[in-house]
Design a binder for this molecule. Structure first.
Ligand code: URA
Length: 311
């Protein structure tokens, strides 16, 4: 069995494990997490072609999911940024024409209250979650923070000590630096960003979360992405990039490339705590941020629409 397949299966197990997202707040399928690199794979694969047919045990969930999609059509007139999965195709629900992205690049057709309610429901599950050992040592889980129709989702690794105390992401020393880095390219969690993490609970002594812990938690992030539908994703640090993109290359090989995750462009830069440890990384990180901003500016609203429509 290739490593890629086994990692895919682990992700499947993870998403089917504790973070069982309900019909209204479900995580996308593991295969929906398939990523491509834009430069090397110009034609994004549709999820419909690669999604395994659900086994008998998971069909009821697909029925609920499909009913939810019908509700989307009735309420919003389109698929509100949801991905096409095999279950949808089986119910005759195709991809939308991609309406609903505003000039800032956020999907604006789903009312903010609805997004907030869905996020709140998942956050409530996270507060109850005991899917891995991190639950025992945490003070507070850290779900995420930011606007509900973000232009950019920033993905970090996991909470540190201060985050664990406050229940908010990136509020310690590395958080202050992250806020400054984002501000330098016109981004802020108060106006146009959402900040989340791969794992929602602090690993003791700030160690890297294990693969088991990441697998146990990634479903929550996938659900957040499904709801938020950010226009771009910025992974800070190797752990975030590896976990989200299911890759294993050193960060030096990930920077400077544009990947996609569910058709959302993804760029990778250093974690701010790496910059605090090693000042010499600040300049290359700034180059990454400038490139990220240029990518954002280069993608017009029309391109956003067509990239969604292609799905
Ligand atoms: N480091 C992270 O990766 N995430 C946080 O929320 C804080 C520090």
């Amino acid at each position: 069995m290739s490593e890629e397949i086994s990692r895919g299966q682990e992700r499947a197990a993870a998403i089917g494990a504790e973070p069982k997202i309900t019909a209204t707040n479900r995580a996308p399928s593991p295969k929906a997490a398939a990523n491509t690199e834009i430069d090397s794979a110009p034609t994004p694969k549709t999820v419909a072609k690669t999604e395994p047919v659900p086994d008998a045990a998971s069909r009821p969930q697909h029925v609920l999911d499909s009913l939810l999609l019908i509700e989307d059509f009735l309420r919003y007139g389109f698929r509100s940024g949801r991905r096409l999965v095999a279950g949808d195709a089986a119910f005759g629900l195709g991809a939308s024409s991609g309406a609903g992205y505003d000039a800032a690049g956020s999907c604006n057709s789903v009312p903010d209250e609805d997004r907030q309610a869905r996020l709140d429901a998942i956050e409530a599950r996270v507060r109850q979650c005991r899917a891995c050992g991190l639950a025992q040592s945490r003070s507070r889980p850290v779900f995420g923070e930011g606007v509900t129709a973000p232009q950019v989702l920033v993905v970090g690794e996991g909470p540190g000590a201060e985050e664990d105390r406050q229940g908010l992401p990136f509020v310690g020393a590395s958080g202050h630096l992250l806020d400054k880095m984002l501000a330098a390219i016109g981004l802020s969690r108060k106006t146009n960003c959402y900040i989340g993490n791969i794992v929602k609970c602090r690993p003791p002594n700030n160690r890297e979360p294990t693969q088991t812990e990441r697998n146990a938690c990634i479903g929550y992030l996938l659900a957040q992405i499904e709801i938020l539908r950010p226009r771009f994703i910025l992974c800070v640090g190797r752990t975030a990039a590896h976990s989200l993109l299911d890759l294993n290359e050193p960060i030096s090989r990930l920077r400077g490339r544009t990947f996609t995750f569910q058709n959302i462009p993804v760029r990778v830069t250093f974690h701010p705590s790496a910059l605090l440890r090693d000042e010499s990384l600040k300049r290359p990180a700034w180059e990454d941020l400038k490139q990220f901003r240029a990518l954002m500016d280069s993608m017009t609203d029309d391109q956003a629409r067509s990239s969604v429509a292609e799905e």
